[in-house]
Design a protein around this ligand. Structure first.
Ligand code: PMP
Ligand code: GLU
Length: 397
């Protein structure tokens, strides 16, 4: 007998993780699958970070940790926020968690009462919707278009706000579109939000350092937004540390306390060894990851050039993260033999079957006309993958 709760029954499995699992299963069966599904750097964690973790083991960072993270790590994060983001958070305003995913869950559970609304510009990262549902909140999506670089306008934002709005959450650079909001664009959104001091803005900056624009800007740096913004970040993407599971927030003190309370009951402090590794990563000059960033940029340009040669694909130029998010709707209602592509889910399955390349459907990100392609893979794999995708699409009639 299956007694799964209604709460869990309503929850969808993470589409990114599900596709990565499927690709892994097919590979185990001996199929030659190229997985461009999961968003994770293919690089290894830099050696100086691994060395710090090894020292952490030898220094016995092996006990229960303070729930909100070691003071020296929180102080380093506080310095990082003023160094890179021009935001002053004291160590008390920082909460270290087991990944940015947990940080976001903590914040949403801390703010949202059942029936409260959360504004989510689409496309959005898959887990936002499910975390909001878990908190019994109602996601309110704002649609964007590829022509507008997948960005929302101030008037769209204003129209989405009601007296039930509690949170607005977005990522910049965006997963899945790669779009980066400029300082001026953020200011125009802030001009709307500042009139609603009870709305908390969750600024997800996990791809901060994988940013190809000249300057990164954080919403929390506007002095009139400081008390409304929670800044989410972590080491997963920037330092190729997805498996170390360490994220953090800088937040108003009441929110930092609420998140710590939740974490104290759910997980306690994250691994001490990961905290020692993160201390080394966060204290270093971000220049140390320039090689990775340059490699991502080269791959982005390669993938963009190749995809734009394929008839029927519409694509914009992502300015950050490591995804491209083409509009593939011109292939809907086309067929290969007796298989007809009705939507992005079908196209993703067709590409998996016929090109042996795993992508993620745009449906999971709230953009049903698109698919997400992660280019966090070697140029050699990307070359083969793009060629196979082009061949498969050319067979559709
Ligand atoms: N936010 C976004 C936009 C992401 O793409 C991810 C990817 N994992 C996360 C948060 C969560 O990151 P973490 O690995 O730190 O949990
Ligand atoms: N954030 C990554 C992605 O979008 C990792 C998978 C996940 O945590 O859901 O693919």
């Amino acid at each position: 007998m299956d007694y799964t709760s209604e709460r869990v029954k309503k929850l969808s499995e993470s589409a990114t993780i599900a596709m990565a699992r499927k690709a892994r299963e097919l590979k185990t069966q001996g199929k030659d699958i190229i997985s461009l599904s999961l968003g994770e750097p293919d690089f290894n964690t830099p050696d100086f970070i691994k060395d710090a973790a090894k020292e952490g083991i030898d220094q016995n960072y092996s006990k229960y940790m303070p729930v909100n993270g070691y003071l020296d790590l929180r102080e380093a994060i506080s310095k990082k926020f003023s160094r890179d983001n021009d935001i002053n958070y004291t160590a008390d305003q920082i909460v270290v968690s087991t990944g940015a995913k947990q940080s976001i869950a903590n914040v949403v559970l801390s703010c949202v009462n059942p029936g409260d609304e959360v504004i989510v510009p689409a496309p959005f990262w898959v887990s936002y919707e499910e975390i909001i549902k878990m908190a019994e909140g109602t996601p309110v999506f704002i649609e964007t278009s590829i022509e507008n670089d997948f960005k929302i306008t101030p008037s769209q934002l204003k129209n989405a706000i009601t007296d039930k709005t509690k949170i607005m959450i977005y990522s910049s650079p965006c997963n899945p579109s790669g779009s980066v909001y400029s300082k001026d664009e953020l200011r125009s959104l802030a001009d709307v939000l500042v009139n609603y001091p009870l709305i908390t803005i969750v600024s997800d900056e996990i791809y901060e350092h994988i940013n190809f624009t000249s300057k990164y800007f954080s919403m929390g740096a506007f002095s009139d937004m400081y008390n409304q913004v929670v800044t989410v970040n972590g080491v997963s993407k920037s330092f190729a540390m997805t498996g170390w599971r360490l994220g953090y927030i800088g937040a108003p003190i009441w929110l930092a306390k609420a998140c710590t309370k939740i974490q104290g009951q759910f997980t306690s402090g994250t691994s001490g060894i990961s905290q020692r590794a993160a201390l080394a990563a966060i204290s270093a000059d971000p220049i140390v990851i320039n090689d990775m960033k340059t490699a991502f940029l080269k791959r982005r340009d390669f993938v963009l050039t190749e995809l734009s040669k394929i008839k029927g694909i519409k694509i914009n130029k992502p300015q950050g993260a490591f995804y491209v998010f083409p509009d593939i709707s011109s292939f809907f209602n086309k067929s290969y033999k007796d298989y007809t592509i009705k939507n992005a889910d079908d196209l993703t399955m067709y590409i998996l079957e016929s090109a042996k390349v795993a992508l993620v459907t745009g449906n999971a990100f709230g953009s049903p006309n698109c698919v997400r392609i992660s280019y966090a893979s070697s140029i050699e794999s990307l070359q083969i993958a793009v060629r196979r995708i082009a061949d498969s699409l050319s067979r559709l009639q």
